[in-house]
Design a protein around this ligand. Sequence first.
Ligand SMILES: Cc1cc2nc3c(=O)[nH]c(=O)nc-3n(C[C@H](O)[C@H](O)[C@H](O)COP(=O)(O)OP(=O)(O)OC[C@H]3O[C@@H](n4cnc5c(N)ncnc54)[C@H](O)[C@@H]3O)c2cc1C
Length: 334
Amino acid sequence: MNVTVVGAGVAGLATALELSERGFAVEVIERGRALGDGACSWMAGGMLAPWCERASADEAVLTLGAPSIDWWARRFPGTTHNGSLVLALPRDATELPRFAERTSNYEWLDEAGIGALEPDLAGRFRRALFFRQEAHLDPRRALPALADLLKRQKVAIRFGVDMQATATKADLVVDCRGLAARDVLPDLRGVRGEMVVIRSREVSLSRPVRLLHPRIPLYIVPRGGGVFMIGATTIESETRGGASVRSTVELLNAAYALHPAFGEAEILELGADLRPAFPNNLPAVRRASRSLHVNGLYRHGFLLGPAMARQAADMASAMDLEKTDADLRERRSA
Ligand SMILES: Cc1cc2nc3c(=O)[nH]c(=O)nc-3n(C[C@H](O)[C@H](O)[C@H](O)COP(=O)(O)OP(=O)(O)OC[C@H]3O[C@@H](n4cnc5c(N)ncnc54)[C@H](O)[C@@H]3O)c2cc1C
């Protein structure tokens, strides 16, 4: 079957790759002019943290998300497998055991253990949870890496092409338009997320650090070269536009509380986007005659994108068999 994948966010690129690896003839169309243009995926922190996410997400996020660490490592060498660290300020110390109760696969660290992992945090926190199996990546390097793999497999990505304005002759359309697919998926909603990118010459971290807070838990993801992404708010609002002053202050406060030297850091970017989410906050692949919809990745585009891509490719393979059977029946009756 010929397949057109619509949308070059993480859902579209991961699905196109799975399909092409299974022998489908694939093309990707993307209405943006370049990778990341208009994609929520460009704003993501890139944490592959299924055990931590389980604190506030369904068990499926863990079972579907854990294998994605290998999926990324096999396709993107920049996948960093250094685990993640979870901390709380002294005033929020009770958050740490509460987080531990809701998660698994961690080790408790004392002050010395924290300093051994992250020397710049030595002496600043008494206890931490360390999720050794978790990983992270930079979405702005990971998406181009997937695009390169697609290119090597002769899969074209046609930029500046809007699905609504283009007729396709494909046997199957896989709609990965994120929130833009609301025209056909009316139960999709946007959940606002804001982030800040900073550069610090004084602080160095080797892994994502989560700072627990009763209201606004935040994280800092190192991107290399002194660059850090601080994220992310999760607000039930579909308001577009840049990061608000309140959210920016909260995000920057988290960095400052983690290490006061972040106070000297340079702000490189303030960003915001709407995460596409279904009512249960879990992603799904839905079938509608000759098309599939891969959507609802919410806070977990990089974590659950590979699992959704595999599901979509499984469904496409089943549809391919149905098509072959139907073609055979037609030929026999002719
Ligand atoms: C601040 C923030 C932090 C986050 N952090 C993480 C994280 O640490 N880990 C994680 O796993 N997830 C994270 N997420 C969530 C993740 O970003 C989303 O789940 C994911 O980006 C959704 O991907 P998508 O491919 O479905 O949508 P998108 O990335 O939005 O891609 C959809 C694409 O479709 C294109 N398109 C739309 N309409 C058309 C059309 N008509 N024709 C052609 N193309 C079209 C768009 O231009 C876009 O490129 C974060 C999100 C935010 C906002």
